[in-house]
Ligand binder design. Structure first.
Ligand code: SF4
Length: 338
């Protein structure tokens, strides 16, 4: 095999993607079909980084997630350690209001660019409102505050906005309605409510497993693009022991690099934040948004993810991003206050 023999159809798609105007559905499928070990994949990951650097002017961000509880969740997403159908967790757990406030303050001091409160679907909505208000009081007014919680009515979106919340993380997950008990329509309704209430949207194509076809991934990519998020991207499934999908094969980090790079080329120059760079490899494949996590986490089964779990510190995430050639934004992330 000649070293210089490339699949020119793929090279043409990558070259078009580098123009920054996005790709067609079929072109995106071709990129998601690529084997991560193919020569063309190295070019794809380089191009993802190149376009993200241009899109974000070389700046990356670290967003901070505070997991408020690990109470058993009735939505039964088979990949999630909180799901009632799984036996990943020994007992449930909730952070006190004081803990949540302390985490938020510490996160801002440590250089987080955005703060997100994560709950299971079983967390009381009124309590989430109280927590959001308490956090809003101790962080600077410019610091974006987001939530990742149950599906939302329009009324609840308005209540979140009134409590000082600027946006929501929300996604139609891969295998939604099959590997979860949430109908896709319900997730789509929530997108609508988020927008109608004037909240900003953060989303992602996740959790991607080897059982998902390139077409399914591309459909999810275009669903994200259509919903005009402030940040988006793509991420592989993290298998959690004790969950129903814990034993299913998982993608490699190298494949994850392809996923974020292909998302960047498919979406073009916007949005500037491409998720997620929770590995040195994705931080050099077009991802300029990394997550630091504390409290409960659906991707592990420990009480506090920062102690022996999946969670990473702000400093560690910044280090990985710098390793990919990024500078780190100093201060609150922009564009979330709609
Ligand atoms: S992913 Fe969210 S909705 Fe699904 S089981 Fe976990 S906490 Fe509940």
């Amino acid at each position: 095999m000649s070293l210089w023999k490339f699949d020119h159809e793929i090279l043409d798609i990558i070259e078009k993607g580098l123009e920054g105007n996005g790709l067609t559905f079929d072109e995106t499928v071709k990129l998601y079909e690529l084997d991560e070990n193919a020569k063309e994949s190295s070019l794809l990951r380089w191009a993802g980084q190149e376009l993200s650097m241009r899109s974000a002017d070389g700046l990356a961000e670290v967003h901070a997630q505070i997991g408020l509880n690990s109470t058993t969740c009735p939505r039964n997403c088979k990949f999630c350690s909180f799901a009632a159908c799984n036996s990943a967790r020994a007992q449930s757990f909730e952070l006190s209001r004081q803990d949540v406030v302390d985490y938020a303050k510490e996160y801002e001091e440590q250089g987080a660019n955005l703060i997100l409160l994560l709950t299971t679907a079983s967390y009381k909505f009124d309590k989430l409102i109280e927590m959001a208000q308490a956090v809003r009081e101790v962080i600077s007014p410019e610091m974006p505050l987001l939530v990742n919680t149950d599906d939302l009515t329009l009324e609840r979106c308005h209540a979140l906005k009134a409590a000082g919340v600027n946006g929501c993380y929300h996604a139609v997950r891969m295998g939604e309605g099959v590997d979860t008990e949430i109908p896709v329509e319900k997730r789509l309704e929530t997108f609508k409510h988020i927008h109608e209430a004037g909240l900003s949207l953060q989303t992602c194509v996740e959790p991607i497993g080897p059982e998902h076809s390139a077409e399914e991934i591309a459909e999810a990519v275009f669903r994200c693009i259509e919903n005009k998020p402030i940040s988006a991207g793509a991420a592989r499934r993290v298998p959690v022991p004790g969950t129903l999908l814990g034993e299913r094969p998982a993608h490699t980090e190298l494949a994850n690099g392809n996923f974020v790079a292909a998302y960047r080329l498919a979406t073009g120059l916007n949005p500037r934040l491409n998720c997620s760079s929770n590995s040195p490899l994705t931080a050099s494949s077009g991802a300029n948004l990394a997550w630091s996590e504390v409290g409960s986490n659906p991707r592990d089964a420990v009480e506090k993810t920062e102690i022996g779990g999946h969670g990473s510190s702000i400093a560690r995430m910044q280090k990985w991003l710098r390793g990919g050639g990024w500078e780190i934004l100093d201060g609150p992330s922009q564009g979330w206050m709609l």
